[in-house]
Design a protein around this ligand. Structure first.
Ligand code: NAD
Length: 283
């Protein structure tokens, strides 16, 4: 007689359970998370989304952001009734990231969700860029993503539970994004973001046995704060001309995508790259 119990894991109509609520799958109630680049536009909006969804959150950024990070943590904690702690770390520095691991466990207990998001686009990142520009970009964007993902997945495994890693890649990982007159060229930046995407995919395969999912988002142009004062309306129109939706995205439109990937709403999603780019990538 064939044992068919393997099929029992696939319920057909979970909505029929009286207490079932599909929106509960988007909840992070009781979860612990950290966000790198947490003082920035995308980072602080993801921190707010995760806090509203019920998670305790560590907002991680450089010490120079202290004046932003301290009041932000206080505001989120008061508004959403969860624990929110500011932590300071240069993600490209291994010793600092190792110390961050200890601080995360001390302050949150564990980590269930991590938004690996700190990143820079260094001026001069063009075809003939100086070595220093290349090195700084790779150190912060790619090595920083590796270092912070390592501590996240090690904490998850040491505490014997699964989790979700969400990496910030970029449209520039998939597209040369070569716009004369645009905000900044992206030679090393695109390479670093393509590396992040592939690293996220590798971890998806390697960490699935531990119940850890790993995904990337690739934002297109997001009005996160970084373009403020850097582009004129004509540049805005030129940049958004090839975007089917003809506009920038907003920080909240990134936060909702990251909440989906962090939460159980995406429990069967791993190794993917979610383009959040107004359709730019369809061309
Ligand atoms: P942002 O500049 O507002 O945020 C980036 C944050 O990273 C800053 O708070 C900064 O202090 C922090 N940071 C920089 N170097 C760091 C380091 N060594 N250690 C720790 N923190 C460091 O920019 P943003 O628009 O919010 O971008 C967030 C992420 O999204 C970045 O990785 C960026 O490359 C990516 N991205 C942004 C866009 C966009 O259009 N805004 C598009 C695609 C990808």
């Amino acid at each position: 007689m064939t044992d068919t119990s393997v099929f029992d894991q696939y319920p057909l109509d979970q909505w029929k359970e009286p207490s079932h609520r599909i929106m509960d799958r988007f909840s992070l109630a009781g979860k612990k998370g950290f966000v790198t680049g947490g003082a920035g536009g995308l980072g602080r909006n993801v921190a707010a989304a995760w806090a509203e969804a019920g998670a305790d959150v560590a907002i991680v950024d450089l010490p120079r952001t202290k004046e932003t990070l301290e009041p932000l943590a206080q505001e989120l904690a008061e508004r959403y009734g969860v624990k929110v702690v500011p932590l300071y770390c240069d993600v490209s520095d291994k010793a600092q990231v190792d110390a961050l691991k200890t601080s995360l466990v001390d302050s949150l207990g564990t980590v269930d969700v991590a938004f690996i998001n700190a990143g820079v686009n260094v001026p001069g990142d063009d075809a003939d860029e100086p070595y220093e520009v290349w090195q700084k970009t790779i150190d912060i964007n790619l090595t920083g993503a590796y270092l912070t993902a390592q501590i996240a997945q090690h904490i998850m495994r040491e505490h014997n539970h699964g989790g979700s890693l969400v990496f910030t890649s970029s449209l520039s990982a998939h597209n040369a994004n070569f716009i004369a007159g645009g905000p900044s060229p992206v030679a090393a930046y695109g390479a670093s973001k393509a590396g992040i995407y592939e690293y996220a995919r590798y971890l998806a395969a390697a960490l699935a046995p531990y119940g850890i999912r790993s995904n990337a988002i690739s934002p297109g142009y997001v009005w996160s704060g970084i373009f403020e004062g850097r582009i004129v309306p004509e540049a805005h129109d030129m940049m958004t001309a090839p975007v089917p939706m003809h506009r920038f995205g907003t920080n909240e439109e990134i936060a909702t995508a990251v909440l989906f990937l962090a939460s159980d709403a995406s429990s069967y999603v791993t190794g993917t790259n979610l383009q959040v780019d107004g359709g730019y990538s369809v061309y």
